[in-house]
Design a protein around this ligand. Structure first.
Ligand code: TYM
Length: 325
């Protein structure tokens, strides 16, 4: 099967991104043909600093590699280096109803946030994402829950195009992680963990041990004392149990039993220790890769070349069907 997914280069990578997306990717690359993109064009829709963009892109390539994405098995590339993405976006714009875009949850949230200078890119963002996915005849898109609606729209766009102009695109399936599809904020556990919130609310994949301990010990928990999974009544503790389970491989039931007679503080201390040791290999690999910039840049260059061959063929086919060639 062909797998495609991507992450924006701006902001840091937190454990929500890891458990929702990256962790699935690492597993999927063993038996599938995987393409993982750093979606720099998507990042232009929110305020950003052109001076730091290249550094952030390189850092995300390092995140992919440090998380276990193997360039021998998977294609890793930067979106803007394969110009077919923007060209197909325009073609798909013409089959996408504006109403489908305005009802996207992410658009509704972001249009409130950026009310003062709402750019058209923010509205058209899911069409660029559809182009990313459809260019590669993707079977499966592994993402976190917040991106599910965009993949649904991608399916609609693919069907619409195929109906109107003839079969060009494969209709992709979404794949959510079993346990980490929606990791919540450490400070406001009713909200998803987000890189645009304050640092205490998320755990960076490369956070140092002291930061990890501090953030976990200060994580907002619920009233009461029992360590029980119940996302509605106890969203804080439930989120921490999800993290514990994801990084230890133990089931929530097992953990409830293990911490039955223990208090929140003891549970948090144990979770912090688990996270410090689980994230250590990421910090170590990152440090190694930071010293090998030329190697990382070469992976991105080769990745773009390989991606472009596939993208070009789909784009040509779409243009032919539309009467453009
Ligand atoms: P982005 O960069 O916001 O997030 C990257 C991935 O992390 C997942 N994620 C989460 N998963 C669990 N819990 C959370 N709190 C959490 N926060 C983020 C996201 O669902 C995503 O999988 N539009 C996309 C990037 C994109 C893309 C694509 C993805 C562009 N083109 C094509 C797949 C296929 C985005 O902004 O993700």
């Amino acid at each position: 099967m062909r797998i495609f997914s991507g992450i924006q280069p701006t902001g840091i990578i937190h454990i929500g991104n890891y458990l929702g997306a990256l962790n699935q990717w690492v597993e999927l690359q063993e038996k599938n043909e995987c393409i993982f993109c750093i979606v720099d064009l998507h990042a232009l829709t929110a305020p950003f600093d052109p001076k730091t963009l290249q550094d952030l892109i390189l850092e995300k390539a390092i995140v992919y590699l440090a998380s276990g994405i193997d360039p021998e098995k998977s294609i890793i590339f930067v979106q803007s280096q394969v110009k077919e993405h923007t060209e197909l976006t325009w073609l798909l714009n013409t089959v996408t109803p504006v109403g489908d875009l305005t009802r996207m949850t992410q658009y509704k949230e972001k249009s409130k946030k950026f009310k003062a200078n709402l750019n058209a890119g923010l509205l058209n963002y899911p069409i660029l994402m559809a182009a990313d996915i459809l260019l590669y005849q993707t079977d499966v898109v592994p993402v976190g829950e917040d991106q599910e609606q965009h993949v649904e729209l991608t399916r609609t766009i693919a069907r619409k195009f195929n109906q109107k102009f003839g079969q060009v695109f494969k209709v992709p399936e979404v794949k959510l992680s079993k346990s980490g599809a929606r990791i919540m904020s450490l400070q406001e556990p009713a909200k998803k963990m987000s890189k645009t919130d304050k640092p205490e609310s998320y755990l960076g994949l490369f956070d140092e041990p002291e930061e990890i301990k501090g953030k976990i010990m200060r994580a907002v928990t619920d009233t009461g004392r029992v360590i029980k999974y119940n996302p509605k009544a106890k969203p804080g503790i439930s989120n921490l149990l999800t993290l514990y389970s994801a990084f230890s491989g133990k089931s929530i039931k097992e953990l409830e039993k293990k911490f039955k007679k223990k208090g929140y503080a003891e549970f948090k201390k144990s979770l912090a220790e688990l996270l410090v040791s689980s994230l250590e290999p990421f910090r170590r690999k990152r440090k190694e890769l930071l010293a090998r910039e030329v190697y990382v840049q070469e992976i991105l260059k080769q990745g773009a070349k390989r991606a472009q061959v596939i993208a070009q063929s789909t784009l040509e086919n779409a243009k032919k069907k539309m009467g453009l060639t």
